[in-house]
Structure formats: C-alpha cells, structure tokens
Design a protein around this ligand. Structure first.
Ligand SMILES: C[S@@+](CC[C@H](N)C(=O)[O-])C[C@H]1O[C@@H](n2cnc3c(N)ncnc32)[C@H](O)[C@@H]1O
Length: 243
C-alpha cells in the first residue's frame, strides 16, 4: 500500500479496537509467544517492531528488551505511540519498514517483530522485507490473524473502519504459503504455532481480573484440538544457513 493510502486507511481515530492504554493484553500475548517459540529472547538486546500501529503489542517488547525501535508510517499512530511510550530506551521512527531496512544498519543482537502487518503488504513488499531480514541475519517473529478462524469475518463486518479490500490477504497467508515465501528469500520457518483461543476483545475483558491470567494461559492449550479457535498464528524465522 502506498504511504498516503496507508495514512488514509490508518488515519486518526480509526481502528480503535487496536488501542490499548496498558500492557496487560500485550504481556499475555508475549507469554503465549514464549511458550510457542523455544528461543531465549533474553539474548537479544534490541527489538525492532515493524508496523507498530498504536502500540497494542509494543508494551511487552518495551518491558522485555533493553532497546526497542517502533517503526510506523502512519502519522496519527506515531502521535499515539509518542504519547504512550515516552521513555529513553524506546525510539519511535516514522517510516515504512522498507525505508527503515534500507537506511539503517541492523545490530547483530537484534530481533524483529511484526504483528498484523504482513497481510497489509503486497507480495513484493514482503519479498523486500524478508530479503532484508535474510541479509541482516537476525531472527524475525510474525504474528498474523489465523485464516482458519471464522470469527474474523464477523469482526470485518462489525468494525466499519475495516475494509475487506485492505484485509482479505490474511486468508491467503497460510502456513504453507508464507513458508514458501520465506524460503524463496533465504529464510527458514523454524517455529510455527497458533495462539489466543478466545477472541481478543473477550480476552482483554477477562484480563481485567488479574487472577484470570493463569487460567487463560492454560485455556490456550485447547488450540491443539481446536485450531480454528485461535485468533492468531505465529511464524518464527531465521536465515537459512549458507543462503
Ligand atoms: C493492522 S495494523 C497493526 C498495528 C499493530 N501492529 C497492531 O497489531 O496493533 C498494520 C500497521 O502496519 C502499518 N504499515 C502499513 N504498511 C507498512 C509498511 N510498509 N511498513 C511498516 N508499517 C506499515 C500501518 O500503518 C499499521 O499501523
């Protein structure tokens, strides 16, 4: 999506379902991520989040990594990020991921994250991103809407800001298709998983009671038997040796 079109779709006061003013949901998702990916994230000193939006998932990165870059092209979302995260170890960059990856050397001890970004990119943009990550030779974690979950269609119908033409690609980004795209760019899918069995608005509501955090984490084991219930699917990639 060209940047002006992106600014128009992700404009001020739109997609408020993505807005969180605390890190509880983000921390819950990060816990599920660490249960899915066997890597030790504490060895990475810099987390770079591509397409940070209004910071829905950034809270946990900011808590768990000594240095964090939030990359986001939408002007209005940049304003929200600056209001939420005014702290010295966070750098907020108004940029597309293409510009950022082209113009900045990536520290060796970095790890990339992106949440709900890939289905907003064209295949060419994804190729550019994956190739740059291959060159940087650092791991990358992508979280996308689970195409098997029928409730996402309901969400598309209920939220007037969401347009099918901007969102439909999530259905095409299956495990097999993305694994192929990674592979073509010299990345290897080392871990894959589904997570968050309750719809995010219900999860957020439940998490208002802090004692429900542990039961909700336990409930997530249901994803093994009910894969279509999970709201997200996760891809963890590394550069292919010798690619
Ligand atoms: C669906 S939102 C997800 C935001 C956030 N990660 C979340 O899950 O709440 C997609 C975000 O990607 C950003 N985006 C779109 N194209 C981008 C690009 N080429 N590079 C970086 N970010 C981009 C949009 O501005 C938007 O904030």
């Amino acid at each position: 999506m060209m940047n002006n079109k992106n600014n128009e779709y992700f404009a001020e006061d739109t997609h408020k379902y993505m807005y969180c003013n605390d890190g509880v949901f983000s921390e819950f998702i990060f816990s599920l991520i660490t249960r899915t990916v066997p890597d030790d994230f504490s060895k990475y000193s810099t987390a770079i989040e591509l397409g940070a939006g209004m910071g829905r998932f950034s809270f946990a990165l900011i808590k768990h990594f000594p240095k964090v870059y939030l990359i986001e092209p939408s002007e209005s979302y940049i304003t929200v990020l600056k209001q939420l995260f005014d702290t010295s170890h966070v750098t907020i960059v108004k940029s597309t991921m293409e510009e950022f990856l082209k113009n900045n050397p990536i520290p060796k001890d970095s790890i990339f994250f992106s949440f709900h970004l890939l289905h907003h990119l064209t295949r060419e943009q994804r190729k550019e991103c994956f190739t740059a990550l291959r060159t940087a030779n650092v791991p990358a974690l992508f979280l996308e809407p689970n195409p098997l979950n029928p409730l996402i269609i309901l969400q598309l119908m209920l939220y007037p800001d969401m347009r099918m033409k901007n969102e439909f690609q999530y259905i095409r980004l299956t495990r097999g298709r993305l694994a192929k795209e990674f592979n073509e760019c010299g990345l290897e899918l080392t871990d894959y998983g589904r997570l968050c069995v309750l719809p995010p608005p219900i999860t957020k509501l439940a998490l208002k009671q802090s004692f429900l955090m542990k039961p909700l984490l336990l409930l997530d084991t249901l994803k093994q038997v009910l894969p279509f219930f999970s709201s997200y699917h996760l891809f963890y990639c590394k550069s292919k040796p010798g690619a």
